[in-house]
Design a protein around this ligand. Structure first.
Ligand code: CO
Ligand code: ZN
Length: 332
């Protein structure tokens, strides 16, 4: 599992540029599903046949990044954000463009560090002129954090755990689940970080009876963290609410019952800011009862996001249980 996480987090695939991660996931799920398709926006949809209702799982495969907006005379690249990127996490950070070009982020001089904003920062790709830089990077090219994977034992840290860890959980659940009771659509969605866009089209196409997003959530267990009951190592998190969705009470209950009956450690999650693909899925067509299996994660959207392997395992087990259990309790 750690090898899979290492492999997926090493890939640079910001929103809108998911080709590389989609290709990698495709390889990992070969032989573990009955059909693989890619829709018009680039969502990867893997079907595991079963006789029960259609259940859509959605793990977004994109990640936050930066996009080149301008190159100056001296070859410095200016940029905007793709998804939620804080300027305070960028200075000195190395980035890699999807074409492989590496740069580091510098800052204009600032009288007051609190005034740091994205437009005070630039990417230095080692070029000495606009002409030289333009051969390496074009306007609109995207990059992501360049950060390795580290195994800290029970916990692992890497860039883009949001949401490569969700992808890894879904892949592992697909591999472990031999016989699906339900008709399972494992969706690896595009463009979540810019507004749940891949979830909108994939859910419309699939028209599921039940939707489950698999994504990270934040924790309240670091020094002076915002008050939040979720902690690392306390189990998979069953979402009650975030800013994009109120989990359908019957779906939340289904997840809680499955966890309790099968001895899967879980915690309940209320995330006060942030959303996930379930926010789009539950509003599809005439409405889809939806919920979320969350993997607790520290330092979300920073270059070093941390998860606990026991929580990862609990999440795999809960996702697999939904694939193989009677879900008729959530149907209208
Ligand atoms: Co995110
Ligand atoms: Zn996410």
């Amino acid at each position: 599992m750690k090898d899979l996480i290492k492999k997926l987090t090493a890939i640079s695939s910001p929103s809108g540029f998911e080709d590389e991660i989609r290709e990698a996931i495709c390889q990992e799920i070969q032989g573990y599903c009955d059909e693989i398709k890619v829709d018009a926006l680039g969502n990867l949809i893997a079907v595991k046949r079963g006789k029960g209702p259609r259940v859509q799982f959605a793990a977004h495969m994109d990640e936050i990044g930066l996009i080149a907006t301008d190159i100056d005379d001296k070859g410095f690249v200016r940029f905007s954000n793709v998804g939620g990127v804080s300027p305070h996490r960028l200075y000195g950070q190395r980035v890699r463009f999807t074409n492989g070009v590496v740069g580091t982020i510098g800052s204009e001089k600032l009288e007051d560090v609190r005034k740091l904003a994205l437009d005070k920062l630039f990417i230095d790709i080692g070029a000495q002129s606009r002409e030289e830089a333009s051969k390496l990077v074009s306007i609109g090219d995207c990059c992501t954090y360049l950060q390795g994977f580290d195994d800290l034992g029970k916990r692992v840290v890497a860039k883009s755990m949001d949401n490569r860890i969700g992808c890894a959980v879904l892949i592992e659940a697909m591999r472990r689940t031999k016989e699906c009771v339900n008709e399972v659509y494992c969706t690896f969605t595009v463009q979540e970080e810019v507004g749940l866009r891949g979830a909108v089209t994939s859910a419309y196409g699939i028209d599921p009876a039940l939707g489950i997003a698999v994504d990270v959530t934040m924790t309240g267990d670091t020094p002076e963290a915002p008050k939040m009951a979720v902690g690392l190592g306390k189990g998979t998190a069953i979402k009650v609410k975030d800013s994009s969705v109120i989990a359908h009470p019957k779906v939340k209950q289904l997840l809680v019952d499955l966890a309790e009956k099968n001895g899967v450690q879980y915690q309940l999650e209320v995330l006060t800011a942030g959303g996930t693909d379930a926010g789009a899925i539950h509003k599809t067509r005439a409405g889809v009862p939806s919920g979320v299996v969350s993997i607790p994660c520290r330092y979300v959207h920073s270059p070093s996001e941390m998860v606990d392997m026991d929580d990862v395992e609990a999440s795999v087990r809960l996702v697999s249980l939904v694939m193989t259990s009677d879900v008729s309790s959530v149907l209208p």
